[in-house]
Design a protein around this ligand. Structure first.
Ligand code: PLP
Length: 404
């Protein structure tokens, strides 16, 4: 048996909708992208969504929209993918990393300790689909001592009057926290629709706007849309209307809009996300959980609590009392048995680019501790029960062999 890690689920419904987009004569941003944005806004219960070509672009757009640049600081967890952090550096701001809890989510007290008068945003990451502690994070940014040292340097920052909570929700579409969907949990949240994510458009992302009521979200949507399309006042779709050829360029923008070919995939997937995709992922999580939760050799990931329901993105199993080298040997042994496992993630301070910027893994001991014994198991729609059992068998056999 050969079990890959996370192949996309592509069926006739998706292929037919993509073909329809191609045949429609409108392949770039147009009616399908607008429809997908509307569906996402309704699904998450937020007023406005802007689709872009990646979560990375969406995160950077949000930081740029808030006017973050040199002299500013942005706090991110050390345990995440590089995209969360690189966008901060692209904006020219200072990247401030903090350690995580055992559930791999950012440690709120450590965030508090890292705040200075230069802190403009925090990017909590809903790692593998479990929402962060948003209530605690909002309590923190709204705390009067923290708000007092906030130093706005433009109108938007003045209007918000506090640190921006920008959620990296790349993994967590469909997850819940205190009865609300992700997308509606932070000021701005960004989903990823990359090929390995729960819902894919091959490449893609979405920005959910959920700022306090003093902001006009319609205007913000327009601003972000414009920023994603060269700062041009009209998109190509509006320009095809008879006689509407004239455009202006209002700001120096970027080029990161979603295409209708991509949105066609998203529309099909979102329409069956709750009825088919999430239930299958949950069943796989439950099977892994059942297999490992009572075995003292393993620590299973948190995926359902009183306040939270995960989107079941990746099953982050941890093996007690093994070293990083042994963990690597377990993954290699599983590969030899035909089962692809993975590690989510290598903490940023262990990667060359961040090491060379001076970050040291010693400063994030829990990120290292969790990483060193973590093994991500395959979770995807087409993974059969038989394959799930094979993953469990292969893993247990590999651990028994390596830890002899
Ligand atoms: C995949 C991922 C991203 C980036 O998503 P793209 O759509 O590929 O830009 C950001 N953050 C995390 C945690 C991710 O896993």
């Amino acid at each position: 048996m050969n079990i890959p890690f996370s192949p996309p689920h592509i069926d006739d419904a998706i292929i037919n909708e993509v073909v329809s987009a191609l045949r429609s004569g409108w392949i770039t941003t147009g009616p399908r992208t607008k429809a997908f944005e509307q569906m996402l806004a309704e699904y998450c219960a937020v007023q406005h969504v802007v689709c872009v070509n990646s979560a990375s672009a969406g995160l950077e757009l949000a930081l740029r929209w808030f006017g973050i640049g040199p002299g500013d600081e942005v706090i991110v967890p050390a345990y995440t993918y590089t995209a969360t952090a690189e966008v901060v550096l692209h904006c020219g701001a200072k990247l401030v990393m903090v350690d995580v809890n055992d559930d791999l989510l950012v440690h709120v007290q450590k965030v508090r300790d890292a705040i200075t008068p230069h802190t403009k945003a925090i990017i909590p990451v809903d790692i593998v689909g479990l929402p962060c502690d948003y209530q605690e994070l909002f309590d923190l940014v709204c705390d009067s001592d923290i708000q007092r040292i906030f130093t706005p340097n433009n109108e938007k920052q003045q209007q918000l009057g506090r640190i921006l909570l920008l959620a990296d929700a790349a993994h967590s579409l469909g997850a819940y926290y205190k009865g609300k969907h992700t997308g509606a949990l932070a000021d701005i949240s960004v989903f990823s629709f990359h090929a390995v994510k729960n819902l894919t458009t091959a490449e893609g992302g979405a920005i959910c706007i959920n700022l306090p009521e003093s902001f006009d979200s319609e205007t913000i949507k327009k601003e972000m849309n414009t920023l994603s399309l060269h700062g041009q006042s009209k998109d190509a779709f509006s320009k095809v209307k008879a006689g509407a050829w004239r455009y202006d360029v209002c700001s120096i923008g970027y080029k990161c809009n979603m295409t209708d070919v991509a949105a066609a995939m998203g529309i099909v997937e979102l329409s069956r996300y709750d009825s088919l995709v999430l239930p299958r992922r949950k069943a796989i999580f439950d099977a892994y959980n059942q297999a490992f939760k009572n075995d003292p050799q393993y620590v299973v990931p948190t995926y359902e609590t009183a306040d939270k329901i995960s989107s079941y993105h990746v099953f982050t199993l941890r093996v007690n009392n093994i070293t990083e080298k042994q963990r690597d040997a377990v993954i290699l042994d599983m590969a030899e048995q035909g089962v692809a496992a993975n590690v989510h993630f290598i903490p940023l301070p262990m990667l060359t680019a961040y090491k060379s910027l001076g970050y040291r893994i010693e400063d994030y001991p829990n990120a290292y501790r969790q990483y060193a014994c973590e093994i991500s198991l395959p979770v995807y729609f087409d993974l059969s029960d038989e394959q799930v059992n094979e993953v469990i068998r292969a893993l247990k056999a590999a651990v028994a062999k390596v830890c002899l």
